[in-house]
Design a protein around this ligand. Structure first.
Ligand SMILES: [Zn+2]
Ligand SMILES: [Zn+2]
Length: 383
């Protein structure tokens, strides 16, 4: 195919930890890599075809070459594909099952051609036709596909993703994944992808040391750390156990920044690449990747900011400084919002006041930092 396959020469950026995002492929599959590089990804996830079509497009040789060349040029060492949403390898209908297996094989073939390490797949749904039978069908599908592609010498692996437990979806309990792994038998090309949002809304808490450890010990008991190949790092819009899958920016959701700080510095997970699948990818993927990198470097998820109120506003705190605890990615706008919540008299400061950080006037988008002094100055007419 190409002689660039095994010859990645550039080291991953900044830190050794593989961190990245699910990247778009409009304009060509290679775009996921070049755009990923621009936002400091050392790992990239992509769809190798439209995720909402029964589409078995075979890749063009030139597209494969462009992708492998981009992999070489960007130095992005870890790539992972996500399969189509339509695929249900546990489907009770024979027609859908057959269609799913054919589509999945073509997903695997594309991933193999592109030298992608893992293909992430959801575990399918039992559609009220019995969970046990569905898990059995899934195990059979996976075994058969692994056997067939083993014979073809494939290297790409299958990573079963933990799910949120919406509807009749399988894979929201670690036991279900454990059962598939046991039924298929030990296989180096079979692993698991853990999605932090999915496990959280499925009922596995990650907040606080105790809950975090409990969740991971259950994971290890039912699945095993050695089976973990990818982590999807997504915060959750919906609460613990809600079984509703809505992704949120890292630290802004129900999970919060602290569990991600733990996750990114957990030595047991150091070998596992981390991918964000958070909203507003165009504008926010760079930010979410940066948040994970900062946490991976050991930065505390919380910072302390001192606020100094001037003019008539100083009455609010009798002229004293205010100390606020903020998430590590907070901006001046977040400071203004928190102040507005604390005291009615500060309700309109965001619109009316000027702000300075470290004695320098700034706009609301500016990030604050641990130990920052933020000055809030009322309109000139008022003082
Ligand atoms: Zn995911
Ligand atoms: Zn999800």
């Amino acid at each position: 195919m190409s002689d660039t396959r095994q010859t990645v020469q550039h080291p991953p950026p900044a830190e050794a930890r593989l961190i990245g995002a699910h990247m778009p492929t409009s304009g060509g599959l290679y775009k996921s890599l070049t755009l990923g590089r621009e936002i400091d990804c050392s790992a990239v996830q992509l769809f190798t075809c439209s995720p909402r079509q029964w589409n078995h497009a075979t890749l063009k040789q030139e597209d494969v070459k462009r992708f492998l060349d981009a992999k070489h040029d960007t130095g992005i060492v870890f790539t992972v594909a996500h399969d189509s949403y339509l695929i249900n390898l546990a489907a009770p209908s024979e027609e859908i099952l057959w269609k799913s297996q054919a589509a999945f094989r073509s997903e695997l073939e594309r991933a193999e051609m592109l030298d992608i390490g893992w293909l992430v797949t959801h575990m399918g749904a039992h559609l009220d036709q019995g969970e046990d039978e569905a898990l059995e069908r899934l195990a059979q599908s996976v075994t058969q596909i692994l056997d067939e592609t083993d014979k073809l010498g494939y290297k790409v692996g299958i990573a079963l993703e933990t799910t949120a437990g919406q509807g009749t979806g399988l894979g929201w309990r670690f036991e279900q994944l454990g059962r598939i792994l046991a039924a298929v038998g030990d296989h180096t090309r079979l692993g698991v992808c853990l999605d932090t949002c999915h496990v959280f809304v499925a009922g596995y808490d990650l907040r606080g040391q105790k809950a975090y450890e409990l969740t991971w010990s259950e994971f290890d008991r039912e699945i095993g750390y050695n089976k973990l190949k990818v982590i999807h790092a997504n915060d959750a819009k919906k609460p613990l156990g809600s079984r509703v899958d809505r992704h949120e920016h890292i630290g802004n959701g129900e999970i919060g920044a602290e569990p991600f700080a733990r996750l990114m510095t957990d030595p047991r997970l150091a070998h596992v690449p981390v991918i964000v699948e958070t909203p507003d990818s165009d504008t926010m993927h760079a930010e979410n990747v940066a948040r994970l990198r900062r946490l991976a470097s050991g930065q505390s998820p919380k910072i302390s900011v001192t606020v100094q109120l001037y003019g008539h506003l100083s009455d609010v705190n009798s002229g004293e400084y205010l100390t606020l605890e903020m998430p590590f990615f907070a901006t001046v706008a977040d400071v203004a919002e928190l102040l507005a919540k604390r005291d009615k008299r500060l309700e309109n400061i965001r619109a009316n006041c000027r702000f300075a950080v470290g004695e320098e006037y700034t706009d609301l988008t500016r990030k604050v930092y641990d130990g920052a002094v933020v000055a809030v100055l009322p309109p000139v007419s008022g003082g």
